[in-house]
Design a protein around this ligand. Structure first.
Ligand code: TXA
Ligand code: MG
Length: 338
């Protein structure tokens, strides 16, 4: 049984972590599945619960930059400048690692990814545990990340020791991962701290190039990610894929009746910034106010679609600037078939 804790029970959550257990908790990005980063058996429990390939390293969560020198070295002046600007918050830094972090956390790499979450519940747990806490997103490997405690339990009930049942996460996509272990900072994963913001601090910051795609600097990229059971398809406009509203729809206040659900239009869903034209419909649709709303809603929408048996989820493309890069990265990878 997975213990349900409320956000006031952070000390209990911390005690479970100190005993080597696994606890899912909210961060400002997505829910994380935490365990003691100095204890191999606790880390093994994370990989086992998620069904995660052991060659995909974990992010270590810390309460305060003062703790960094216990786990990483050397720490460049650039890393300190970035922490001043963006930490605590949704930025993960990849730094050279010290031995105190067990090898299974970093999949044997000589670097470790660290981040300082800004979510008050995550901070209280880190404070009370007084340990470095490794925490991947709290979902079964390959599935969309969990942005609510209900999503955590859908994937991991009975497989983890506890979950802290707090609100839905604010950002909804995982942190930006920036490799600062070399001469030039490289964005390994897009998130809500954007390339443009990072380049304001360090203009040489660049995106991962195809030639950087070695197993050592981008380990997570080889695996399937963010995928609902429904097929994900990218589109430029909802109007290119929607079906005309069937005559039987919208009866009794329900969006779609059983008959139309069985037609192809009834099994399609849409999420994006544009509203479908009048007269067109999807069995489920999410019209987002802006890119922030799109990012926040995406994974939850994927899971909702799965719960009602949607066959195809159409995701509208957005411009690849700012947060749009992170959205496009996630929807592209969700759409990958291999
Ligand atoms: O927002 C987030 O980052 C969430 C919350 C819970 O903090 N965590 C998260 O963890 O997204 P996870 O395990 O789902 O993704 C970690 C990413 C993977 O792409 C992994 O390959 C990369 O960080 N990573 C971890 N350690 C690394 C390292 N030493 N070098 C390069 N990439 C690393
Ligand atoms: Mg993940």
């Amino acid at each position: 049984m997975t213990l349900r804790l409320n956000p006031e029970e952070c000390v209990q959550a911390a005690n479970i972590l100190k005993r080597g257990g696994t606890v899912a908790f909210p961060t400002e990005t997505v829910y994380g599945l935490g365990a003691d980063a100095t204890r191999s058996s606790a880390i093994e429990a994370i990989f086992h619960a998620k069904g995660r390939p052991s060659d995909n390293p974990l992010i270590v969560h810390l309460r305060h930059p003062d703790q960094l020198s216990d786990y990483c070295r050397p720490i460049s002046s650039l890393a300190y400048r970035l922490m001043e600007s963006f930490c605590p918050g949704p930025l993960t830094l990849v730094l050279p690692k010290k031995r105190s972090i067990v090898d299974s956390v970093t999949a044997g790499l000589n670097t470790v990814a660290v981040r300082f979450p800004s979510h008050p519940t995550a901070q209280r747990i880190l404070e009370a545990a007084d340990l470095p806490i490794a925490a991947p997103s709290a979902n079964r490997s390959g599935r969309p990340s969990s942005t609510s405690w209900q999503a955590v339990l859908d994937d991991l009930d009975g497989r983890i020791d506890a979950v802290v049942c707090d609100g839905s996460t604010d950002i909804g996509l995982e942190s930006t991962v920036l490799d600062v272990s070399g001469f030039v900072p490289i964005v390994l994963r897009h998130g809500s701290i954007t390339l443009e913001q990072l380049q304001e601090i360090e203009p040489s910051t660049r995106l991962r190039a195809a030639s950087d795609l070695t197993s050592t600097n981008s380990p997570g990229l080889r695996h399937r990610h963010y995928q609902p059971r429904a097929r994900v398809v990218l589109c430029d406009s909802p109007n290119e894929v929607a079906e005309p509203v069937p005559v039987t729809s919208f009866s009794g206040g329900r969006a779609v009746d059983e008959e139309s659900k069985c037609s192809s239009g009834g099994r399609n869903a849409y999420i994006g910034l544009s509203e479908p034209a009048p007269g067109l419909h999807f069995a489920m649709q999410r019209h987002c106010r802006d890119v922030e709303d799109y990012a926040r809603s995406l994974f939850d929408f994927f899971r909702q679609c799965d719960s009602v048996g949607i066959a195809n989820i159409y995701c509208q493309r957005v411009d690849e600037i700012g947060l749009g890069r992170a959205i496009m990265d996630r929807v592209r990878r969700a759409a990958e078939t291999s």
